[in-house]
Design a protein. Structure first.
Ligand code: DLZ
Length: 153
């Protein structure tokens, strides 16, 4: 993870941490990349097989993230992809999911990795999905951010 002041995660043994991933089920190829990025980052921290909970769509991420936080997870990584369509639905789902995840983090004090892609088209999402041709890996970033935040609390 880069960024001034971010905790150094190299060599971290997080195997005792209870960390779950909650992942939406729209846009399969992008989701596969986000999930691979997050689980690979967690694997490097000693969490070999993190719990992964699938939900129908991004709108459902906050309620499940909140339940996982309430059940004692140390951190939750939320992954989803919303792609702009021809109706205002994109704005509603993106805003509700973002606000909801933020509220979960603030209300529970449990770090929530924010791995929600909100993109104009599928190519933008693929570019950020951590796939072989992608330039960014937002699933990995979300996992690293959640754990880094946890280490600061
Ligand atoms: C309905 C919908 C639409 C149009 N687009 C997306 C999307 O791009 N990404 C996503 O994760 N979910 C989408 N959904 C589903 C909603 O998030 C939600 O699952 C449904 O409205 C049912 O509550």
């Amino acid at each position: 993870m880069s960024g001034a002041g971010a905790p150094d995660l190299s060599g971290l043994d997080a195997s005792r941490l209870r960390i779950s991933v909650v992942a939406a089920s729209w846009h399969d190829q992008v989701m596969d990349g986000l999930l691979a990025g997050a689980t690979s980052a967690l694997g490097e921290m000693g969490i070999a097989e993190p719990e992964v909970v699938r939900v129908p769509g991004s709108f459902e991420l906050p309620v499940v993230a909140r339940q996982l936080a309430r059940l004692g997870r140390d951190a939750v990584i939320a992954l989803g992809v919303v792609i702009r369509g021809g109706t205002p639905h994109f704005e509603y789902v993106s805003a509700a999911t973002t606000d909801g995840l933020s509220r979960v983090a603030l209300d529970t004090g449990v770090p929530i990795g924010f791995g929600l892609l909100t993109c104009d088209d599928e190519q933008q999402a693929l570019d950020r999905a951590g796939l072989p041709d992608s330039s960014e890996d937002k699933g990995r970033e979300a996992a690293e951010a959640a754990v880094a935040t946890l280490l600061t609390l």
